[in-house]
Ligand binder design. Structure first.
Ligand code: PMP
Length: 463
């Protein structure tokens, strides 16, 4: 008998959870009072809880289960690799076969000359690597003063001390004395909330030009890199206006600062191409990967590094004094490689891009006609809705921020759908293997949620 008791009653599991398990991004007093939802199994695009409720997983776990749940090939690869070599490190002149083969496959798939990988256990760790690597790169070139990494307000790059500093979430900085030194934040290209009377194109350009102003303010000799998510995910699925990324690229090129694309969410098919950098025509020097790399079946992340950065490090950098016990973990690497094989050979990225995403887009953009919706936006298989009491003015609610979003999120769960609320907006990022009937189900449920929320908000005087 092993120690996992899948058949304990829900109340017992919840009591044990409340007694011993501290959850991420949770108010534990509130959570323990309400009780956690115990997820016991999953298949395809669905998850089940311990009371037998079936939910369509509109978030692919945490934006990661790109191939969907229940892929036995991934289980078999993990089992075999665990028998063969469950662990060995990549320090001290050692390597392992899955890490070698995964690196070669990633080099083949990644855009441009991103032909090298430094592995981590997560996206946060990979972004920590990026900070140290970018600074080490410039120090190796004899420019140790180039340390500042420029990021954006409301960016999410992870939860470690450095990655959370890189992120632009004020409520995260407020806890634990962040950010660390030499990180700076400029405006985000969030037209709906911050664009005012400018057109999206004008606003995109204006936000990107803040990068140039910030480089000038800090001094070019102080700036190491700019980092951005091609589409901000946790910030609320903020899809930048078309003018944004070309201008960012121009400025990075002009000042020769490194461009780091954080593709933790956008990578591996999410935006309709293998990488968000392809969708937005960005040429990153470093690219953060995680999540969809293994479809979440095992933890793995990494930094993909371009030829010229890798060359400088190899020729001038000496020892890069950085690494994780689980860098290049053989089982995680084997599962990631098998996941890439599935995505590639089953043409999941192409099918999602050519068939499912356009089908979803039609239905999603239709939701903009609902009286509660101020904007519907979508790119590939990631989408967001802005909720508003007044469509024409893009007005916010008068209730505390998040009230309207949470009302919808709770109705979604009641309707058997997982979607996430960000402020007073709703976001989805479903598995890429969604079928058309599942898209119908998703859209129909979101419509019902909006109707129910509308009725409740009316009753409560929010509208
Ligand atoms: N970067 C981005 C863009 C992310 O969305 C996330 C996670 N949501 C991270 C980094 C951090 O990844 P992890 O949670 O694996 O540390």
């Amino acid at each position: 008998m092993n120690y996992i008791h899948n058949h304990l009653p829900t109340d017992k599991l919840q009591a044990l959870d409340a007694a011993h398990h501290i959850h991420p991004f949770s108010d534990m007093g509130d959570l323990n009072a309400r009780g956690t939802r115990v997820i016991t199994r999953a298949d395809g695009a669905y998850i089940w809880d311990s009371d037998g409720n079936k939910l369509l997983d509109g978030m692919a776990g945490l934006w990661c289960v790109n191939v969907g749940y229940g892929r036995k090939e991934l289980v078999d690869v993990a089992t075999n690799q665990m028998m063969q070599l469950p662990y060995y490190n990549s320090f001290f002149q050692s390597t392992n076969v899955p890490a070698i083969e995964l690196s070669a496959k990633l080099a083949e798939l990644a855009p441009g000359d991103l032909n090298h990988v430094f592995y981590a256990g997560s996206g946060s760790e990979a972004n920590d690597t990026n900070i140290r690597m970018a600074r080490h790169y410039w120090a190796s070139l004899g420019k140790p003063s180039k340390k500042v990494i420029i990021s954006r307000h409301n960016a999410y790059h992870g939860s470690t001390v450095a990655a959370a500093s890189l992120g632009g979430m004020a409520f995260m900085h407020a806890q634990g004395g962040l950010p660390i030194p030499d990180i700076s934040h400029i405006a985000q290209p969030y037209w709906y909330a911050e664009g005012g009377d400018l057109s999206p194109e004008e606003f995109g350009l204006k936000c990107a030009q803040e990068l140039e102003a910030e480089i000038e303010r800090l001094g070019e000799d102080k700036v190491a890199a700019f980092i951005g998510e091609p589409i901000q995910g946790a910030g609320g699925v903020i899809i930048p206006p078309e003018t944004y990324w070309p201008e960012i690229q121009r400025i990075c090129d002009k000042y020769e600062i490194l461009l780091i694309a954080d593709e933790v969410i956008c990578g591996f098919g999410r935006t309709g191409n293998w990488f968000g950098s392809q969708t937005f025509n960005i040429r990153p020097d470093i690219m953060t990967i995680a999540k969809g790399l293994s479809s979440g079946y095992l933890p793995i992340g990494g930094s993909m590094v371009s030829d010229h950065v890798a060359e400088v490090l190899a020729q001038k950098g000496g020892e890069f004094a950085h690494g994780y016990t689980y860098s290049g973990h053989p089982v995680a690497a084997a599962v990631a490689l098998e996941n890439l094989r599935i995505l590639d050979e089953e043409k999941i990225v192409e099918r999602a891009s050519n068939e499912i995403a356009p089908y979803l887009k039609d239905k999603w953009l239709d939701l903009a006609n609902h009286p509660l919706v101020g904007e519907a936006r979508i790119c590939g298989m990631v989408a967001g809705l802005e909720l508003t009491p007044d469509k024409t003015a893009r007005a916010p609610f008068k209730t505390p921020l998040g009230t309207a979003g949470n009302i919808c999120r709770d109705f979604a769960i009641e309707n058997g759908l997982v979607m996430r609320a960000v402020r007073d907006g709703l976001i989805i990022s479903p598995p890429l293997v969604l079928t058309k009937p599942q898209v119908d189900e998703l859209a129909e449920k979101v419509g019902r949620v909006l109707d129910q929320a509308h009725a409740k908000m009316r009753q409560e005087g929010m509208l």
